[in-house]
Design a protein around this ligand. Structure first.
Ligand SMILES: [Zn+2]
Length: 220
């Protein structure tokens, strides 16, 4: 069902939401033979749908939907694509990988739970490296540069699948800029080990932002 009061602009990649774009893709999925599937995909019966990061449209087919299209229509072979998402699949629905969805004040040495999700809507298993960093500006300028938080090497996502890594709690370094909003970014295949159909959907910002307190207020 597509209501005429839906929003059709590109949704913010970081926030769990419904959009006209996702709803249209969902309904076209029905038109192509897909049933509802309460998984990490667009064919969830209820909002929200999965949103991808990057500089393009944040709505695209997820892995099992791509599997169906590729196998039923037999159109394309050899497609490779990974994408970053700020969502995770929790029991009962989708949620952000970072909570809260607001700004958190922290000091160096304090820790925060870090999680990130990668989907594979290509036709082969892929092993790749990931970078988590912060930056002083939002997308799209914040997608490059920035200040390292950590790296995750050698993770694998199988063809048509997705994985959320719960990477434990990471410490806030002393070297980050103080007293300004820091956007959190997760970049898949930052070293471009995997050649992909859509290189532009490999990075996503989180809904949470961080402000690191001053040396005076944090004592370091
Ligand atoms: Zn439906």
């Amino acid at each position: 069902m597509i209501a005429n009061d839906m929003v059709y602009s590109n949704p913010d990649e970081a926030f769990v939401s419904s959009s006209g774009r996702g709803t249209f893709l969902h309904e076209f999925g029905h038109a192509h033979g897909l049933y509802h599937n309460e998984s990490f995909d667009q064919m969830r019966a209820g909002a929200p749908n999965v949103i991808m990061g990057g500089t393009g449209d944040h709505i695209e087919l997820t892995g099992d939907e791509s599997w169906y299209i590729h196998n039923f229509w037999n159109l394309v072979n050899g497609v490779t694509n990974l994408y970053a998402s700020s969502f995770r699949l929790n029991p009962g629905g989708l949620a952000g990988t970072f909570t809260p969805t607001t700004t958190v004040r922290l000091c160096p040495g304090q820790t925060w739970p870090v999680a990130f999700t990668v989907g594979n809507n290509g036709q082969s298993n892929q092993t790749f490296n990931q970078r988590i960093f912060v930056n002083t500006s939002p997308p799209n300028s914040g997608y490059s540069g920035g200040f390292d938080w950590g790296y995750w090497t050698g993770g694998t996502v199988n063809a048509f699948g997705w994985v959320t890594w719960d990477a434990g709690s990471w410490s806030i370094p002393t070297s980050w800029p103080r007293e300004q909003t820091l956007w959190i970014y997760h970049q898949v295949d930052y070293d471009n080990h995997v050649s992909e159909l859509r290189e532009f959907d490999n990075i996503v910002h989180a809904s949470m932002t961080i402000i690191v307190g001053s040396v005076a207020s944090c004592g370091q």
